[in-house]
Design a binder for this molecule. Sequence first.
Ligand code: ARG
Ligand code: ZN
Ligand code: CA
Length: 233
Amino acid sequence: YDGTINIPVYVYVIYSNASQNISDAQVNSQISVLNADFNDTNYNDVPTEFQSVGADIDINFTLATIDRQANSTTSWGTNNAVKSAYPAVPGHLTIWVANIGGGILGYAQFPGGNASTDGVVISPQYFGTTGTAQAPFDKGRTATHEVGHWLNLRHIWGDGRCKQDDFVADTPSSDGPNYGCPSYPTVNCRSNDMTMNYMDYTDDACMNMFTLGQKDRMRAIFASGGARENFVQ
Ligand code: ARG
Ligand code: ZN
Ligand code: CA
């Protein structure tokens, strides 16, 4: 699919206490990060060897609704329980801001799954850049990463050893995630890891790119017959 893709976003804020009931400003700060990260045209800030594959994904996110719901559940886990209580909204990227627990930042559903559970879940303290957002996950990159999954991206290391692929040719092979803020170069599988890719596990402040190959993989699902073709006319 060619051209800008516009995605309306439906945000549930599910809270069991006041601090989980994050502000409109915190929600809006996350939408701003999604728009910046999916429309990045400046790759001077990545290592020279990766600059030529940095991509402008050209997807815009528009906040449609903030739906606040009080609920006595304090931790929702990763088994879609929150989605059974509050179903996904068709025609939107549905984001459930709900405390997952267990130190889990977020989780996502890949394209092609059940419509009622389609979307991403993110714990409130890892959502947006203001309010209750907590370092080192306070730059909104958990949502960027989870929306990457929602748009069909795998983890950059392919969730396996060196030969396990992420089905993207221009992301270097690696044998596992990187954490924290790695120095460059970080060498695995005889090449330099792209530790600053949004689909690694590094800290929010240390990730800043998608690649052209990831762009192709994401945008393919909007083509005719693709899993998210209904978002484009
Ligand atoms: N662990 C989560 C996942 O695999 C998200 C990781 C997000 N990383 C970050 N720096 N915010 O989906
Ligand atoms: Zn992930
Ligand atoms: Ca690859």
